[in-house]
Design a binder for this molecule. Structure first.
Ligand code: ZN
Ligand code: ZN
Length: 252
């Protein structure tokens, strides 16, 4: 299975990175709807789309206002947006307030159940993360079949990668971990204040969880270079880590 990283930056878009939006085209699953969500149409392979929101901060939901292009007569007919009830409520009432956006949202809002069945026998589960106002992480699992080994993906943003973070138990043994890494290691005070992670802490948590692959997303948009993070220490903890760029496709 392949995940396309449409938007890999945090907070606001810069010239290299849009804000959070990941897509698994073959099953019509999208994780977060930041500014990159306008690109969903180009990758659409399914009749319906399920969008799972980590939380309601604007860098994760703004792109919900860019989905009208999916209703041009050939796009997806059914879009469900999943999230915690209070986050969905604020999106409906504020983002889609007629003074901010004049058209009714082209989707239905679905509060998160304990777990959600996915195509190809998969299952999505979620778990709380430490972040101002709260965020949730997602884990998607497919059991092994006669022809395929088990596959799994975890998406962890926005949160503080503490060594004793409660989310660690939910991402044990995951094949692909997509984790935010907003700050460099010397910005830990800012990470605490804003509820984000420092790069080496993320790498250490990925190693502690036994993740096979680590992809860092949601980097600080103030750093527009192709090396937005100082990763010397982080690579000691997780040598093969990858810093995401928009448009990157990762197989898991
Ligand atoms: Zn964010
Ligand atoms: Zn946030």
């Amino acid at each position: 299975m392949k995940i396309t990283l449409l938007g890999t930056g945090g907070y606001f878009p810069n010239r290299r990175r849009h804000t959070a939006c990941l897509m698994i085209p073959e099953i019509g699953v999208v994780l977060d709807a930041g500014t990159a969500a306008y690109q969903i149409q180009q990758h659409l392979e399914t009749e319906s789309l399920d969008i799972f929101l980590s939380h309601a901060h604007l860098d994760h939901v703004f792109g919900l206002t860019c989905l009208l292009n999916l209703f041009d007569g050939q796009g997806a007919r059914r879009i469900r947006v999943h999230g915690e009830p209070e986050k969905l409520e604020v999106v409906e009432q504020c983002l889609f307030n007629k003074l901010l956006f004049p058209v009714a949202p082209p989707c239905t809002f679905t509060p998160l159940a304990d777990s959600v069945a996915l195509p190809q026998g998969g299952r999505l589960t979620w778990f709380p993360l430490e972040h101002p106002g709260g965020s949730v992480g997602y884990r998607l699992d497919w059991p092994a079949t006669d022809t395929e080994p088990a596959r799994s993906l975890a998406y962890v943003t926005d949160t503080i990668a503490r060594p004793d973070a409660a989310y660690l138990e939910h991402i044990q043994g995951v094949e692909l971990l997509v984790h935010e890494a907003y700050f460099n290691d010397d910005e830990r005070d800012w990470a605490e204040l804003t509820g984000h992670s420092c790069a080496t802490d993320v790498a250490q948590n990925a190693a502690a969880a036994g993740a096979k692959q680590l992809v860092m997303v949601h980097m600080n948009p103030m750093c527009e270079s192709d090396q937005p993070l100082d990763l010397a220490m982080a690579r000691e903890a997780f040598a093969e880590l990858v810093v995401a760029e928009d448009g990157m496709v990762v197989e898991f």
